[in-house]
Design a binder for this molecule. Structure first.
Ligand SMILES: NC(=O)c1ccc[n+]([C@@H]2O[C@H](COP(=O)([O-])OP(=O)(O)OC[C@H]3O[C@@H](n4cnc5c(N)ncnc54)[C@H](OP(=O)(O)O)[C@@H]3O)[C@@H](O)[C@H]2O)c1
Length: 253
């Protein structure tokens, strides 16, 4: 059995790679930092005797998904995890960067699923996990692009869950809340301004692996579950957005 993990050089993706190797999965690891991927691959092959292939690829580039599928035409599990986002006023970054963000967070995951899902359907088995975010359940002022792209994954994955079910293909969307990964240090943000309770990657990935293919939306942790119920409720969306505006506005626009 072979799993493909995008964004495996760090954080949630790295934890997926480790946990899957422990379970005996052969792996294909994709990200931009080849040195980190190679080191991880060596470690996993040495510790668990699995086969690990490494592809260095910028998934925000047009055509990236094709490079991935040419490198790994057959996989039994796709973890579409690589993603990114930045806080700030909409329009404050170059539009080229915003287009790249949509490519990374939406287009590449869609293209990967587009390639693998029909093959899994034909085989009558296979799983796909999109890594979205709790911020994908509603618009988030000052995180507009991030929440919009993650919302795309929620709707795409939820739809594909029902389409795949009849053919033996399990599709799920993982929606973590704040998770303690190196990703949180990409910005000069004073997190003490936000009422954040960080969850460990171990708990996030354990929950994901338990429910992948069995539930359309996977939300790790009771607190995140509760908050997402509020965020997803139609009647309260406006209130949640007001709250988010105050919250993310504090990060400095
Ligand atoms: N941490 C959180 O609080 C949180 C909450 C909700 C959702 N998420 C989501 O979880 C996923 C993983 O995030 P993380 O927290 O684990 O962050 P992270 O530690 O920064 O890891 C992000 C991974 O994505 C890869 N990546 C980023 N841009 C890429 C690109 N252009 N091409 C290829 N790979 C790229 C990075 O690898 P390279 O830099 O080597 O390319 C890295 O392996 C993301 O989709 C994120 O949106 C995170």
């Amino acid at each position: 059995m072979r799993a493909l993990v995008t964004g495996a050089s760090s954080g949630i993706g790295e934890e997926f790679a480790v946990r899957l190797a422990e379970e005996g999965w052969d792996l294909v690891l994709v990200a931009r930092r080849g040195d980190l991927l190679e080191a991880l691959a060596e470690r996993l092959m040495g510790s668990y005797g699995v086969e690990v292939g490494v592809l260095v690829c910028d998934l925000s580039e047009v055509g990236a998904a094709r490079r991935v599928t040419e490198f790994a035409p057959e996989v039994d599990l796709l973890i579409s995890n690589a993603g990114f986002g930045y806080p700030g006023d909409f329009g404050s970054v170059d539009v080229v960067d915003d287009v790249g963000l949509v490519q990374l967070n939406c287009v590449t995951p869609m293209e990967l699923a587009h390639f693998y899902m029909p093959r899994m359907r034909l085989a009558g088995s296979g799983k796909i996990l999109f890594v979205s975010s709790s911020l994908g359940f509603q618009g988030v002022p000052y995180m507009a692009q991030y929440s919009a792209t993650k919302g795309y994954l929620v709707n795409l994955g939820e739809s594909l869950y029902w389409e795949g079910k009849a053919d033996g293909v399990g599709v799920s969307v993982l929606c973590p809340g704040a998770t303690d990964t190196p990703g949180k240090d990409h910005f000069d943000i004073d997190y003490s301004k936000l009422p954040i309770k960080w969850m460990g990657v171990g708990e996030v990935v354990s929950t994901a692996l338990k429910y992948v293919g069995r539930k359309p939306i996977i939300i790790p942790g009771f607190r995140n579950h509760f908050l997402s119920c509020i965020g997803g409720g139609l009647y309260t969306r406006r209130h949640v957005q007001r709250f988010m505006k105050v919250l993310y506005g504090r990060l400095g626009r």
